[in-house]
Design a protein around this ligand. Sequence first.
Ligand SMILES: NC(=O)c1ccc[n+]([C@@H]2O[C@H](COP(=O)([O-])OP(=O)(O)OC[C@H]3O[C@@H](n4cnc5c(N)ncnc54)[C@H](O)[C@@H]3O)[C@@H](O)[C@H]2O)c1
Ligand SMILES: O=C(O)C[C@H](O)C(=O)O
Ligand SMILES: [Mn+2]
Length: 581
Amino acid sequence: MTAVSRYYDVHRDAHGQRHLHVNLTGFALLRLPLLNKSTAFTHEERRALGLIGLLPPHVSTLDEQIERTWRRYVLQGNDLEKHIFLRNLQDRNEVLFYALVTRHLDDVLPILYTPTVGEAVRVFSHIYRYPRGLAISADTIGEIDQALDNVPLDDVRMIVATDSSAILGIGDQGFGGMAISIGKLSLYTAAGGVGPDKTLPVELDVGTNRQDLIDDPLYLGVRHERLTGAAYDDVLDRFVEGVAHRYPKAIIQWEDFASATAFRVLDRYRRVIPSFNDDIQGTGAMALAGVLSACRLTGERLKDQTFVVVGAGAGGTGVAWAITQGLLREGLSRDEARERVLVVDRQGLLTQDQQLDAHQVPYAQRPDRTRTWSAAGGVPTLLETVQQAGATVLLGLSGVPGLFTQPIIEAMLAHTARPVVFPLSNPTGNAEAVPADVLRWTAGQAIVATGSPFADVEYAGQVHPASQGNNAFIFPGLGFGAVLARAREITDSMVLDAAYTLSDCTDLSGGRVYPPVSALREVSLRVAARVMSRAVTDGVAAEYRLRTMSEADLQAYVRDRAWTPEYLPFQKAARVSMDLP
Ligand SMILES: NC(=O)c1ccc[n+]([C@@H]2O[C@H](COP(=O)([O-])OP(=O)(O)OC[C@H]3O[C@@H](n4cnc5c(N)ncnc54)[C@H](O)[C@@H]3O)[C@@H](O)[C@H]2O)c1
Ligand SMILES: O=C(O)C[C@H](O)C(=O)O
Ligand SMILES: [Mn+2]
């Protein structure tokens, strides 16, 4: 028996069939999304659980429910309405929600996740319907243990927590960032295989510096400026302590923290509680994978390339880190790698003679190398850096739309026949360039991937299938692998192995450098298996059974434990009480 929730447990019978033993009956049962089967409750279950008369006579199959729901979904007027529709479904019936998401993943991913989730974040206080996740603020952090105890789930393994300071490329979003934590976790279940009752979205509401939010009478967050310094650290410290106490097996994914805190939070807690930062590490691994795949496509090596990373925040620094690690693996020295990975921020190229943030310092260039690069005698611009360094790969993590102009992309053609151009900023309107332009400027030669979904591009009679370079190809597998290994820490090599696995399972046909969204689950399960194996090698896996397993065993282990949306038979628990001890 596994203690999952105060309302139910999962039991296996002698044949291995799982049953839910529920201690909630009647109307309340239909109101709990984790338990509600709605019209799919069988006659026997209705009789045993006090549901007679509360449901229509016909007992539906899950397929019928998917069909009924999908027909309404497609009638929703726009993407935000579709998002709201799906979120309502999730808050009504989680098995049906995930069954529908799994069946229609290509269609619903951009609605549930990037880019539409960005819109849902912006208007969160206006579309709020039903509680989901843990909301913590300075006012309630003193009661964190009580708050965690109020969460009806007893075996949470995966948490996504944000302070909403830098959501996607749309900045401070106050309480609205809860939508990102929810969206990321729905991928953990749909793609990764973490059961929905093992996930917990968290909004650390430390305030907002957005006066328009504070002035909005409907705003649902706390109305004060963002906490900083010791007051901020206190909220996070107590949160981490509370989680470690209530959910000792949980992994935390830090999401969308502004770079001023992202690195500090990661360093402060990654050895205290198993955790990783999705924007730094997940993005780094995702970008490295795409570049490795682009190299496979052209028959070159990573070490043949010169990289320009634009944006030296969380994402950009993570990308510079991961690519540097890839270059070291191919035998370059640290100094050689540094010369190959040039990072550009607002002021232009990062050089060692500038005042830089600590996370930027390892990627700053020696000024004697770049002194002559700027025509104006100052800091080299992005265009000058691309020209002078001889960029063959250009990666955008600036959040600035249109930053990759025609002259910049054309300049790459002087150094490579096949420029690799990844405008990775989200949501769609923040992309540094759009694929159709990049392909036109390079006569169809560029290898393009974008963070948000774009349509395939037809250029000169040839179709270039869109590649979506999003950390969604990394975090569900990285987190699920860490959960199954019961990793005490998420090591850098677990992150990098996720990158190589993603590249290995990318089918390059048609010139793709990322798998299609339809392969998200398969990719995530393969990533998870490799991450588990690395956790064992690195000595951080508390799950000792993995130590003797072959790669094939690990694959089977992951697949066996991946949650799938199906209705389990219900039985009434022996004792019916809302407050089990
Ligand atoms: N595709 C993905 O999976 C993925 C993952 C993470 C982040 N991102 C995207 O990357 C963008 C940045 O996210 P972040 O978390 O790193 O934010 P961040 O705020 O930490 O970093 C953004 C950086 O860009 C710099 N910048 C701003 N204007 C610039 C300009 N004109 N030229 C060069 N640099 C400039 C900023 O100074 C900052 O250092 C967002 O749009 C986000 O959606 C995408
Ligand atoms: O959320 C995404 O789509 C990817 C990434 O984490 C981002 O912040 O843009
Ligand atoms: Mn993010």
